[in-house]
Design a protein around this ligand. Structure first.
Ligand code: SF4
Ligand code: SF4
Length: 436
């Protein structure tokens, strides 16, 4: 199972269901995977979504959407283990049940190791958007992303990326940030940008609970996990590089999310929404769960072969699941300056206490706070440019000019001198702080 891409969520009338046609089954054995353990939920299963179930879901999913654009998100495990014919039938069902004027999109998250020309042609023909899991240069990627025999996968993943490029398939790179790459943000970023040639990047923090159930319980996390400070520093380093030369050229999901928030818009990513509940998961047998990170018995909503999909999506149980995200926020978050963009992050990571002893603080809080505070100034500039109808990439020119002016103005001030603005802080911690 590749790390979750955190499905974009739409207005309340829309919801998204991530499909797991082969359940948790995967040809790899990534050490930080949170989904492989879900195999234990279905001890006697063959882990293959049947055609009648696929058709029933497609019909219900399309019928219950009141928006004109519907996205089928394929995930696993490794969804390509289902074979191409399964996806050919999936597209046929979508064509059969799609309404006139309705736009149907397919996204598929893969480890990329099973792709060949036939997959490439199919993805291109049907305009699939592919998410490819790649954690950076060889040693960082291979630290945890290994196959069932423990062999490295880097070369096979790069071959998958080359194949997608050869066929002109659109793809995102999904990079998990973990103990093996967290201290090397620029190496990771330069590799993805310059060697892989990727333009769309997601940096997903690995916070892996250390327990035997695979459920969201217990307070210990594994050593592979990233700390809040590491994650914040990672994002800040990548942002400072991006903001100098790549705005409008490289797209980093969390930067887009931040910009939306500074524009007063919804983030389009469940992690940073105020509430949850519109990003669900369908297992291979028709079981529907509240969220990809809560595929566990207490969050099972029912089975679409027994209960209509829309009934489960709008059920009281799912509503409570979604609103708990907002209603359980500790006071520290409610009074936080960056709460408007952070919203306390994903509930799955709210496993520590605030300094005042209140439970429910996100283990990544330190990183989120540092990152969102750091980007405030450039985000304000980009939001203003956009509102004025100008390209946000103007930011690069504006910041370069500001930096030059600051250098001229403060040329005579030592880094440890009191700041001339009168703040009382040292110059290096105030106006002399290097701007991105
Ligand atoms: S718990 Fe909420 S924020 Fe976290 S992944 Fe699920 S829907 Fe998204
Ligand atoms: S930065 Fe920390 S305190 Fe602020 S909203 Fe996010 S998790 Fe809560």
């Amino acid at each position: 199972m590749t790390p979750t891409p955190h499905i974009p969520t739409a207005p309340p009338v829309a919801f998204h269901v991530m499909l797991k046609p082969s359940g948790a089954i995967c040809n790899l054995d990534c050490a930080y995977c949170y989904y492989l353990s879900k195999e234990r939920l279905y001890p006697d299963s063959r882990f293959r979504m049947s055609d009648p179930l696929l058709e029933a879901f497609t019909r219900q999913y399309i019928e219950s959407q009141s928006v004109s654009e519907v996205t089928f998100g394929w995930q696993g495990g490794e969804p390509t283990l289902m074979g191409l014919d399964f996806f050919r039938r999936a597209v046929e069902f979508q064509q059969k049940y799609g309404r006139p004027g309705m736009r149907i999109l397919n996204t598929l998250q893969t480890n990329g190791t099973l792709l060949d020309d036939a997959w490439g042609r199919f993805f291109r023909k049907h305009n699939f958007l592919i998410g490819l899991s790649l954690d950076g240069p060889r040693t960082m990627h291979d630290a945890y992303r290994v196959d069932k025999a423990g062999h490295p996968t880097f070369d096979r993943v790069l071959a998958g990326a080359a194949l997608l490029k050869k066929h002109g398939v659109k793809f995102n790179i999904l990079t998990a940030v973990h103990a093996a790459n967290a201290e090397h943000p620029l190496e990771v970023y330069h590799f993805l940008r310059d060697e892989v040639g990727a333009s769309f990047l997601q940096f997903i923090p690995i916070v892996q609970r250390d327990n035997d159930t695979g459920f969201q319980e217990g307070e210990r996390i594994t050593k592979r996990s990233v700390t809040g400070r590491q994650y914040g520093n990672f994002l800040i380093a990548v942002f400072d590089e991006w903001v100098r030369q790549d705005v409008g050229r490289v797209f980093v999901q969390i930067f887009d999310v931040a910009l939306a928030a500074w524009m007063g818009q919804r983030p389009g990513l469940c992690l940073f929404e105020e509430t949850c509940g519109t990003a669900l998961v369908l297992e291979h047998n028709g079981d529907l769960y509240a969220c990809d990170h809560f595929v566990e018995p207490r969050c099972r909503l029912g089975n679409i072969l027994e209960t209509p999909l829309i009934g489960m999506v709008t059920s009281e149980k799912q509503r409570r699941f979604g609103q708990a995200k907002r209603d359980t926020l500790p006071r520290l978050c409610r009074e936080c300056e960056v709460q408007f963009v952070c919203h306390g992050g994903c509930p799955k990571n709210r496993m520590v206490r605030t300094p005042g002893g209140e439970p429910g603080l996100n283990i990544l809080c330190e990183g989120y706070k540092a990152f969102f505070t750091h980007v405030d100034h450039p985000m304000r500039i980009m939001a203003a440019e956009l509102k004025a109808g100008r390209p946000p990439a103007n930011l690069m020119r504006i910041l370069a000019k500001e930096e030059l002016e600051a250098q001229r103005r403060f040329a005579h001030i030592g880094r440890n001198d009191p700041c001339p603005c009168g703040s009382g802080r040292k110059f290096k911690h105030c106006c002399g702080r290097r701007r991105p």
